[in-house]
Write a protein that binds this ligand. Structure first.
Ligand code: PGA
Length: 236
């Protein structure tokens, strides 16, 4: 089964989400899992075809954390998944891998399926430590309560994300193999690994067929039906 996850970032509205879920449900196939990660205000129950998730959850359980939203609260909306450690939230909230692991731990404890994002920056890549950063990202951001296949990893090359740049097929294959080997070593080898950065209807078919790519995480091209629906059609 292939996974197509849309990340709306700080875009959209409840009406736009209802419309997207309706349209996506009409084209989704049985061997596809579609997920939509939306702002907190739009969280709701999805349907058999489309899972709805948050873009982050608190690293705290409950209490005096004004402005924060806990995993239990996200689950209470009917949503069933969450991103954690997305590159933009790592930047904005200065999250370490340990912080991301806490968020993922609370997600799992509250029956939310976490997508744990890892990736290397431009500087890390250029100085030759990209692979090391990604391996550490996986080892340190996956919490102790994670079960084999009970979460998802997303590889986001941070030097490419939101910029319309795509790594080569070989670069994606190499990094996904390294992540797969790391997960196997951790006893978590059945975990799906998504690729996420600059995926479009034009490049999705090639990317989805790369070894160890279980699906895609899509930002910009998930916002409009005319971009997102062709992506789903091209993966089917
Ligand atoms: P992008 O974003 O597709 O716009 O590069 C990917 C993501 O944020 O997951």
């Amino acid at each position: 089964m292939k996974i197509i996850a849309g990340n709306w970032k700080m875009n959209g509205s409840r009406t736009a989400l209802d419309d997207m879920v309706d349209s996506v449900s009409r084209v989704a196939g049985n061997d596809l899992r579609i997920m939509m990660f939306v702002p907190y205000t739009m969280l709701r129950t999805g349907n058999d075809m489309v899972m709805i998730g948050a873009q982050n959850v608190s690293k705290f359980d409950t209490g005096a954390h004004t402005g924060d939203v806990s995993a239990a609260m996200v689950r209470d909306t009917g949503a069933v998944a969450t991103l954690v450690g997305h590159s933009e939230t790592r930047d904005a909230l200065h999250d370490t891998n340990a912080d991301v692991a806490l968020r993922a731990m609370h997600a799992i404890d509250n029956d939310l399926l976490p997508i744990i994002c890892v990736g290397e920056t431009d500087i890390e890549r250029k100085t030759g430590i990209g692979e090391k950063v990604v391996v550490h990202g996986v080892r340190e951001s996956v919490p102790k309560n994670a079960k084999n296949g009970g979460f998802i990893i997303a590889y986001e090359p941070r030097w490419a994300i939101g910029r319309g740049i795509t790594p080569t097929t070989q670069e994606i294959a190499d990094m996904h193999r390294i992540i797969r080997d790391t997960l196997i070593d951790m006893g978590l080898g059945d975990t799906p690994i998504l690729y996420g950065a600059s995926v479009t209807a034009q490049n999705v078919r090639e990317i989805i067929n790369i070894k160890n790519v279980s699906g895609v995480l899509i930002g910009g091209a998930s916002l409009k039906k005319q971009d997102f629906i062709p992506i789903i059609e091209n993966v089917k």
